[in-house]
Design a binder for this molecule. Structure first.
Ligand SMILES: Nc1ncnc2c1ncn2[C@@H]1O[C@H](COP(=O)(O)OP(=O)(O)OP(=O)(O)O)[C@@H](O)[C@H]1O
Ligand SMILES: [Mg+2]
Length: 247
């Protein structure tokens, strides 16, 4: 894809500004009539081309944080600006458009469509993101994305005929195929052996550096976190910059 397409909505000066600007966000949900305070006064900025890792114990709020960044949940308090848009103020239609055009997500579980082949799973995401592309271009770019994650020989496999790690890589190809401004990845290497995990991480760094995508990745792997530009630690819903301790 031409770089001009990637930056079609932003001037050079805008490209240098924060892709994510989260300020003093609280997130509570109601559990059996009582509020459960999941995120507490969380702030986070990420620039274009920056890779940010979030580490922290199970249940600390990492996935919840990604859900808010994706606009899939709304903060109870505070502001979440992504790519210049305050996503807590968007309506459902605008949010859907934001997710389609600006966002790639790799979930902790893969969420592939079981009845579609790997190629069709990735093609569908690109068709939705860029409805004006020809079918030929869609399939060529989807195939290239799958090749880049090492799955050129598995294009016609449905998810059930792929290993867990292969499914995760299809998920990654799907998240990256439309060159999003923001990529959110929840344990993207959790199901992969070390060598495949390293390939997947290299691809995410490539996307960040070449396309200016901001990447927020949740990981339990300290080696992986240390490669990120900045590292944040989530502890019981509080997010702290621990970059200096992680390097
Ligand atoms: N819909 C929900 N209803 C009730 N509790 C929830 C809900 N969603 C999240 N929680 C709780 O919020 C806390 C944070 O959950 P979250 O999934 O964000 O943790 P996490 O840091 O991603 O953990 P893990 O590393 O295990 O994936 C947990 O204690 C979880 O049980
Ligand atoms: Mg999680």
């Amino acid at each position: 894809m031409a770089r001009s397409q990637v930056f079609e909505h932003s001037s050079a000066s805008e490209a240098a500004r924060a892709i994510i600007d989260v300020a003093n966000v609280h997130y509570s949900i109601d559990v059996a009539g009582r509020p459960l305070h999941i995120l507490k006064d969380v702030s986070l900025r990420a620039e274009s081309a920056e890779v940010v890792a979030i580490v922290g114990p199970s249940g600390s709020g990492k996935t919840s944080m990604l859900m808010l960044l994706a606009g899939l949940e709304q903060p109870t308090e505070g502001r979440i600006v992504v790519n210049g848009q305050d996503i807590s103020r968007l309506g459902e239609d605008e949010l859907a458009l934001f997710r389609r055009r600006s966002l790639g997500i790799v979930f902790q579980s893969f969420h592939l469509i079981p009845s579609l082949s790997a190629l069709d799973n990735v093609s569908l995401a690109l068709e939705i993101a860029e409805p004006d592309l020809s079918l030929k271009d869609v399939r060529a770019r989807a195939a290239a994305a799958l090749e880049s994650v090492g799955l050129g020989g598995r294009l016609d496999h449905r998810p059930a005929a792929l290993s867990g790690g292969e499914q995760q890589r299809v998920g990654l190809a799907r998240a990256m195929v439309a060159n999003p401004r923001l990529l959110l990845a929840d344990e993207p290497t959790g199901n992969l052996d070390q060598a495949t995990g390293a390939v997947v991480i290299d691809l995410m760094f490539d996307l960040a550096r070449k396309n200016g995508t901001a990447v927020v990745l949740v990981t339990h792997d300290p080696g992986l976190a240390a490669r990120a530009d900045r590292v944040f630690t989530m502890t019981q819903g509080e997010l702290v910059d621990t970059t200096s301790e992680s390097k």
